[in-house]
Design a binder for this molecule. Structure first.
Ligand SMILES: Cc1cc2nc3c(=O)[nH]c(=O)nc-3n(C[C@H](O)[C@H](O)[C@H](O)COP(=O)(O)OP(=O)(O)OC[C@H]3O[C@@H](n4cnc5c(N)ncnc54)[C@H](O)[C@@H]3O)c2cc1C
Length: 488
């Protein structure tokens, strides 16, 4: 990155899904844009979500039809545009009470989000529901229903959107660059930032600064001037990860928490033969950069799980991994579970705009709305950008590469294999992942640390930490990272 004197149309602060969505929209308009992320891309909330690409069935109960409708449009688009990253998943909802309101909810959800490839919802009797998971609590069980939504790998989605957007020369994204001060001198904004790995400092200029720091939005604006009032009031969400052997679900389950607090839990079969359970939802005012689950949160989730599956006796020993995130919710009345999941855009000066809230699912729509507002307010000049051309792949790539990567990424991986045929070999015999994928993550997806690779370019830490080949995998990845970083 140049140290001084580069003026961008837009400088985006924050490399979660919101920043990625804004970068994507700016890049499509040909705007000269730079995204800065203080840690790794997606290291904030956007790798700690419930991994659902969904309309949010439960928002219907708060009559938030607009959010549900818009989210379902985005869900359907994501299923089509990123089939290698966003997959359909069946949700089963056991019923212990009247089914009437769920019949209405399903009817509306179906109408609002009809998708040609997603099967229609179905209602079951008690026996059919038990067939979906034989250990389900059958006491008082009346039946159930199932419907389809989308599931993704949130961190990979963020990285893919950033990678795709930066194929346009005008769009850049840098991780491990922390914004330390913002000044608006009316002609342009001045941003001071620091490389958190090398400690180098930079001064950059932008016609517009877009604050996409989610839960950190207020803290970022403090770097410009003291904030008269708090805009954000984040809520903490904890998820627990179990092995699929211990919690053998082949569909996702949605069920009410064991605490009679009206909260819904999800148990989702996920990558590496794991099942993710969560979330909790409590307001949070501690250190946003050091999130940790507490005993109450773990016990609350375990209690709900043991009510759902009463003879399984889940304990802390069964937990393979825990992740904790902060929902970027707004400072408004009510419990966090009832607060709006809509997004807001607000200006702090003529040149400094913030966008926060929303959901992982709605990043495209959020980015589009923001960029349209910025272009019209600041009269920025757009240039037409040609859509990216898919590469011709000349070699037979392993099946999992074809299934899990876009054509664009496959083209880059092919190039890495053609440079050295060793790169097509698996890292360890127990996994399909090949060396070329790690080099791709370093060169193209800008992974800079072993954790960036192990956790956010791949999901090895979810469920593989207990495997005997995990340490070997880590050593191999460290070696590839050191070799390729020294080469660059
Ligand atoms: C428990 C939980 C479950 C959820 N489940 C779902 C779900 O299933 N489906 C769904 O659609 N949505 C879900 N969401 C919501 C969704 O995850 C969030 O809305 C979304 O990830 C927010 O993204 P963001 O980019 O705004 O924030 P973040 O991802 O937090 O990104 C903000 C970034 O700003 C960076 N930053 C902060 N300060 C600076 C600085 N000074 N300089 C540079 N960078 C800085 C941070 O490091 C961070 O990476 C869930 C959220 C939570 C917490």
């Amino acid at each position: 990155m140049e140290r001084e004197n580069k003026t961008y149309d837009l400088i985006i602060i924050g490399g979660g899904i919101t920043g990625a969505g804004v970068l994507r929209a700016a890049s499509k308009k040909g705007l000269k844009t730079l995204l800065l992320e203080k840690n790794d891309f997606a290291s904030g909330t956007s790798s700690k979500s419930g991994k659902l690409v969904h309309g949010g069935l439960r928002y219907l109960q708060h009559l938030q039809f607009k959010i549900v409708r818009e989210s379902l449009i985005e869900r359907n688009w994501l299923l089509e545009a990123y089939p290698h990253l966003v997959k359909p998943i069946e949700f089963v909802f056991p019923l212990y009470g009247l089914k009437f309101k769920y019949k209405i909810a399903m009817f509306l959800y179906q109408i609002m989000g009809k998708h040609k490839n997603l099967p229609k919802y179905k209602f079951f009797n008690k026996k059919e529901t038990i067939q979906k998971y034989s250990k389900i609590n059958s006491e008082g069980l009346k039946g159930g229903f199932s419907y389809y939504d989308g599931i993704t790998n949130d961190a990979r989605l963020v990285n893919e959107i950033i990678f795709e957007a930066t194929q346009n020369q005008e769009a850049e994204a840098k991780n491990y660059i922390k914004v330390t001060s913002i000044t608006d001198n009316k002609k342009r904004c001045v941003i001071k930032c620091k490389d958190t790995i090398t400690n180098e400092e930079y001064t950059l200029y932008g016609k517009v600064i877009v604050n996409c720091t989610g839960p950190w939005s207020d803290k970022t604006l403090e770097k410009y001037k003291p904030q008269p009032k708090k805009t954000m009031e984040p809520s903490k969400g904890v998820h627990l990860v179990f092995s699929k052997e211990r919690l053998p679900l082949s569909s996702a389950f949605a069920f009410v928490s064991g605490a009679n607090d009206g909260c819904l839990f999800y148990a989702l079969p996920w990558e590496n033969n794991t099942v993710i359970l969560g979330p909790t939802d409590t307001t949070f005012s501690g250190d946003y950069d050091n999130l940790k689950e507490n005993e109450n949160e773990i016990q609350y989730l375990l209690k709900g799980l043991n009510q759902f599956s009463p003879n399984s006796n889940f304990t802390k020993k069964d937990i393979l991994y825990i992740f904790v995130g902060l929902r970027p919710l707004f400072n408004e009345d009510g419990e966090s579970k009832d607060k709006t999941r809509d997004f807001k855009i607000w200006w702090s000066s003529n040149d400094i705009v913030s966008i926060s809230g929303g959901k992982l699912t709605t990043f495209r729509a959020m980015g589009k709305v923001l960029i349209e507002k910025v272009i019209s307010k600041k009269q920025l000049t757009c240039i037409s950008v040609l859509p990216l051309k898919d590469p011709d792949i000349s070699i037979e790539l392993p099946k999992h590469i074809k299934n899990n990567y876009s054509l664009l990424s496959q083209g880059k991986i092919e190039k890495i294999i053609l440079e050295n045929s060793v790169n097509i070999e698996p890292l360890v015999p127990e996994l399909k992942v090949i060396k070329a994928e790690i080099i791709f993550a370093i060169k193209e997806l800008k992974a800079k640390t072993v954790e960036d690779i192990m956790l956010r370019r791949f999901s090895f830490d979810y469920g593989l930490q207990q495997k005997n080949y995990y340490s070997k995998l880590k050593v191999i990845i460290t070696d590839i990272l050191l070799y390729n970083t020294n080469k660059q």
